[in-house]
Ligand binder design. Sequence first.
Ligand code: FES
Length: 69
Amino acid sequence: METSMENRVICNCKQVTYHQIEDALYKAPRLEDAVAAFDEVQKQTHCSTGCGKCHDKILDIIADLMYRR
Ligand code: FES
């Protein structure tokens, strides 16, 4: 079975998918920078609250989504 980008688990510890990150970001108020957005996404999804290895990956995804808007 093909796994689409949307359903890819980005944070293994908390089982947070790309789609959940995207969703949390769109629900968040407009934020100035990716770091502020990261905090907001983290609050909603609890991503990157385990081992923290996914931190940079998530920040990259957020930055990417923000500047594509
Ligand atoms: S993979 Fe995200 S906190 Fe460990």
